[in-house]
Design a protein around this ligand. Sequence first.
Ligand code: ADP
Ligand code: GN1
Ligand code: MG
Length: 356
Amino acid sequence: MSVRIEQNEILKHFELDTVTESYGNGHINDTYLVTAPRYILQRINTSIFTDPEGLMENIDNVTSFLREKIRADGGDVRRGTLQLVPAKDGRHYYRYDDENVFRVYRFVEGTKSIENSKTPEDLYEAGVGFGHFQKLLADFPVEKLHETIQDFHHTPKRVEALRKAIREDRAGRAGSVQAEIDFALENASWADSVVKGMEEGRIPVRVTHNDTKINNILFDRDTGKAVCVIDLDTVMPGSMLYDFGDALRMGGSTAAEDEADLDKVWFNEGAFEAFAKGYLSEMREALTQEELALLPLSVKLMTYECGIRFLTDYLNGDTYFKIHREHHNLDRARNQFKLVADIAGKEARLAQKLGL
Ligand code: ADP
Ligand code: GN1
Ligand code: MG
């Protein structure tokens, strides 16, 4: 945070008044827990999300829409979607200054976050959770959504950003990562597979979450069932292939995203099967043949895209992703590239598992 702000001062603007502590393991926003009763206070990362009003309008629209759907289905509206707490002025955020914009959610009680589990049960549930989220939003008017980060999953533009970072070499690191740069650029030929399909109208534009890590779902603490999809900052028009692939980028790896020992990093076909089963139990009927056929490739694509984003950030001097150790972004990039290579060798078998 660039200026020192007392969280309690912010809370007054939401007519709340209790203590806070840092909470969760997100890479992007600053998240605090407000106790008794519990709320989540979040400072929106405005260097990444440069239009916080548009972003909050998206979240308000999407969560209101979900609430109505859940109510109509007889579901639990208090837990099935995030619920914003309005500020005193009636807005869904409080702007302290241009860099410091805050929002408050009701705490979703009786749930747990899963940071790293790779069990088939958890992955199946994550698939159900993200699949259900997309199913409920199938008739949300996608044109109403602001693009909160332009070209977020436009992989070819991510490749361009990498090329620029290599040219500029702002942190003087390009010379030391030639092998990673070579891998990234050698694989750029198929980076447009999904974007091109969307541009040509072969792949439908849907409401997508765009950041489907398992820790962006809250699970019921007792039953382990997916309860609530969170982290809605990147809900935008996109392809379901982004969401499917991104979820397995993490959920399908035998290691954490920043594991530096690459001998531990492999793609787990069983994880793919479990997540796909859950996801398709919600979405199979909605998917086109082309979407189904691209599911295995989407995992490789989203892993590749994330790898080049980490590498780009490393070359730019670690300005985007929060890092917790030296060369953290390089470790992450290497990890993702190892996974890409492993997925490539397994793609045909993944297709077989789907009966394609
Ligand atoms: P980031 O964009 O930084 O990843 P998130 O919105 O995912 O931020 O929030 C970070 C963590 O805070 C989540 O992984 C989750 O554990 C917790 N969290 C966020 N919102 C809620 C909520 N409404 N109820 C309970 N826990 C929440
Ligand atoms: C960021 O916000 P968080 O930690 O869930 C990033 C994702 C990356 C992910 C990699 C807005 O997600 O795109 O895949 O880190 N979110 C944004 O761990 O850039
Ligand atoms: Mg998150």
